[in-house]
Design a binder for this molecule. Structure first.
Ligand SMILES: Nc1ncnc2c1ncn2[C@@H]1O[C@H](COP(=O)(O)OP(=O)(O)O)[C@@H](O)[C@H]1O
Ligand SMILES: [Mg+2]
Length: 324
């Protein structure tokens, strides 16, 4: 990648015997919404803290905007971080919370007030400037934390599980809001999440992490269609893993045709429906076949019942071969 805003080379951070971040190589381009995705404890927060300068690497190198960050303290990096806990001051109102960092930096009062008003407008909190955090909903508190991170106009914003504290409905709406804001402001976001749906729907590219390592980097489409390993195939969405000569085949549930008549496809097997989960927009079937249970998703079809004998078929190129 030419002229990335972040370049990470062989970055490693150990806590005792645990390599929380293990030889990570990663580039992030300007203007990306880049997601670090992985299960709990895989090193996402540690990698974010290394970027922000709250942790010192044991080895490897980190460049931001072309500058080596070795020895550069957090406040001198062109970065701001939005913490998972939000960390708002309970005794300050919204405007004071958002303006706190500016005042500490010595920004003049009038200019600080203008910038706070501008950013509150961007996150749609102008009418809540004089409220305290306790008088806000969870979604509003999340936006205060975001405003506080944005007001310093960082080139790069790090967000640690920015939506995790919100309930499901709000979380889905807020995804679009965050993406809209990121595009509108032309900033680079690096977002940590354990939620694959969130990463897939928001990120321009993502890195899948496992035990401190980055195991795959790509667009959501690439990672879904061509997972690098069985771990990634299982972690991102649902995958049927079939043993084939010299490896495995990852086959997504929606690539399989379910029918009562034998289909004219390259691969065909017979099975019996053991379970149907109706999800409104689709139905997920568990089908017992000779040797394995396959998961198949289709548009809801009320003519299939549990216990029915059915055919499963898929095209020659429907699966993705896994070597590990
Ligand atoms: N300050 C610390 N001291 C000791 N171990 C830590 C510390 N921070 C993180 N770890 C360990 O490093 C690993 C990665 O943690 P973390 O980066 O918080 O993961 P994630 O954010 O993906 O859940 C875990 O095993 C965790 O227990
Ligand atoms: Mg974390």
């Amino acid at each position: 990648m030419s002229d990335p805003i972040i370049r990470i080379e062989g970055l490693t951070k150990r806590f005792g015997a645990v390599a929380a971040v293990d030889k990570v190589d990663l580039d992030v381009a300007r203007g990306e919404l880049f997601a670090l995705l992985g299960g709990s404890g895989c090193g996402k927060t540690t990698l974010l803290r290394l970027l922000a300068g709250f942790e010192t690497p044991d080895s490897g190198r980190l460049l931001i905007d072309g500058h080596d960050m070795t020895g550069v303290p957090p406040h001198l990096r062109p970065i701001n971080m939005m913490f998972q806990s939000y960390a708002l001051f309970p005794h300050m109102n919204v405007a004071e919370n958002v303006g706190y960092g500016l005042r500490r930096e010595g920004v003049a009062k009038v200019e600080a007030a203008t910038r706070v008003a501008e950013v509150l407008d961007q996150v749609k909190l102008s009418d809540f400037a004089t409220r305290r955090p306790a008088q806000l909903s969870g979604g509003q508190r999340q936006r205060v934390a975001l405003a506080r991170a944005l007001v310093k106009r960082p080139k790069l914003l790090l967000l640690d599980e920015p939506l995790a504290a919100l309930d499901r409905k709000l979380r889905e709406g807020t995804r679009f809001e965050l993406v809209r804001l990121q595009e509108q402001l032309g900033l680079t976001f690096v977002m940590v999440t354990h939620d694959q749906e969130e990463a897939m729907s928001m990120a321009s590219r993502l890195a899948v992490m496992q035990a401190g390592r980055v195991v795959q980097i790509g667009t959501p489409h690439e990672v879904y269609e061509r997972p690098a390993s069985r771990f990634v195939a299982d972690f991102i969405g649902i995958a049927n893993i079939l043993k084939i000569e010299g490896g495995w085949l990852a086959l997504r549930p929606e690539k399989i045709t379910l029918s009562t008549e034998r289909p004219g496809l390259a691969n065909v097997i017979a099975g019996k429906i053991v379970d149907i989960a109706y999800e409104g927009d689709r139905s997920l079937y568990r089908i017992a076949t000779d040797g394995t249970v396959m998961i198949v998703s289709t548009a809801p079809n009320l003519s299939h019942r549990r216990g029915d004998l059915v055919w499963l078929g898929w095209a020659a190129d429907a699966g993705h071969r896994l070597d590990g």
